[in-house]
Design a protein around this ligand. Structure first.
Ligand SMILES: Cc1cc2nc3c(=O)[nH]c(=O)nc-3n(C[C@H](O)[C@H](O)[C@H](O)COP(=O)(O)OP(=O)(O)OC[C@H]3O[C@@H](n4cnc5c(N)ncnc54)[C@H](O)[C@@H]3O)c2cc1C
Length: 263
């Protein structure tokens, strides 16, 4: 089974910085981690490979620093890693991101032949839209299943999965090639061994520019993003502690005043 796992580098908590003019997330210089949903997706791919063989390719669009996280993905079981990195990709909304990732998928196909599955996280913890998986499937013209929590069975031609729906779960069978978006609970990501860490250091991440994947300049980055972000900001929280004293009636009165003042 040939699987592609889409993996996004996200800022670690408390590290989100916004560009004051472009309103985009500033990724350079931030401490970053792999999107936790994608780590679970990778672990699922590794377990499918253990059952059915094949290859796992990790795919990301991001800044060059993302290579570090893709090497980490190789230490956790990915065979290969592809990074799409170019100034022209910067500022992409979900439409431009999914188009760009589709070019990466086509590049991977030149290397491994046909793929069976693409695994995406359900959502990225910074962008949070949960749009990329379905949009990427749409661009590639393949079926997709979202919110997958369990692989029930994988055969030579199709995969049966359990997905979360309102108030329960649903079992769906989908033929390859297909795309799944997975929730974190699908698998617990493994820790790499010392040996696999060392081996991953010797592996190369294949980095492709926009030209190298034949990107249409009108469909990538800010140029290819019809979404206009009017304002993006990090909410400011303030906390204040007040110790109330008195009898119950007095406490209730004081509380009522505070609640009314806070609105
Ligand atoms: C309205 C709107 C406007 C935006 N405008 C801008 C903008 O102007 N500039 C800007 O920089 N950003 C912008 N963004 C953010 C940008 O669109 C997203 O970071 C990016 O498209 C991925 O979407 P997401 O984070 O919501 O991913 P989700 O759809 O939540 O992610 C789901 C899964 O898709 C895969 N995935 C997502 N992104 C990648 C990636 N880069 N590489 C590999 N796999 C990936 C992962 O498997 C992930 O788990 C905007 C977002 C929104 C909602």
């Amino acid at each position: 089974m040939n699987t592609i796992v889409c993996m996004k580098q996200v800022p670690s908590s408390n590290e989100v910085r916004m560009h004051p003019v472009t309103k985009t997330i500033v990724r350079d210089g931030n401490a970053s981690v792999m999107n936790p949903f994608d780590s679970s997706a990778l672990e699922q791919a590794v377990q499918l490979k253990q059952q059915r063989g094949g290859t796992i390719t990790a795919l990301s669009m991001g800044i060059l620093q993302t290579q570090v996280l893709l090497k980490d993905a190789m230490s956790r079981g990915a065979d290969k890693a592809v990074l799409l990195s170019d100034r022209g990709f910067a500022g992409a909304d979900t439409l431009a991101t999914s188009y760009t990732l589709s070019l990466g998928v086509k590049e991977i196909q030149k290397n491994i032949g046909a793929f069976d599955l693409i695994l995406c996280g359900k959502m990225a913890v910074d962008g949070d839209t949960a749009q990329i998986g379905p949009e990427l499937a749409q661009v590639l013209g393949i079926p997709y299943v979202t919110d997958v929590v369990e692989i029930v069975e994988a055969s030579d031609t199709a995969i049966t999965v359990r997905r979360i729906i309102d108030g329960g779960t649903q079992v769906v069978r989908v033929a390859y090639p297909a795309l799944l978006t997975v929730v974190k609970e699908i698998q617990q990501p493994r820790l790499p061994s010392i040996a696999s860490l060392k081996a991953s250091l010797a592996k190369e991440v294949a980095v492709f520019t926009a030209d190298a994947v034949g990107a249409d300049g009108t469909r990538i980055g800010l140029n290819g993003s019809p979404t206009q972000v009017v304002e993006t900001f990090i909410p400011e929280h303030s906390t204040q502690c007040v110790a109330l004293t008195g009898d119950v009636a007095s406490l209730c009165g004081q509380l009522k005043t505070i609640v009314q003042e806070v609105g």
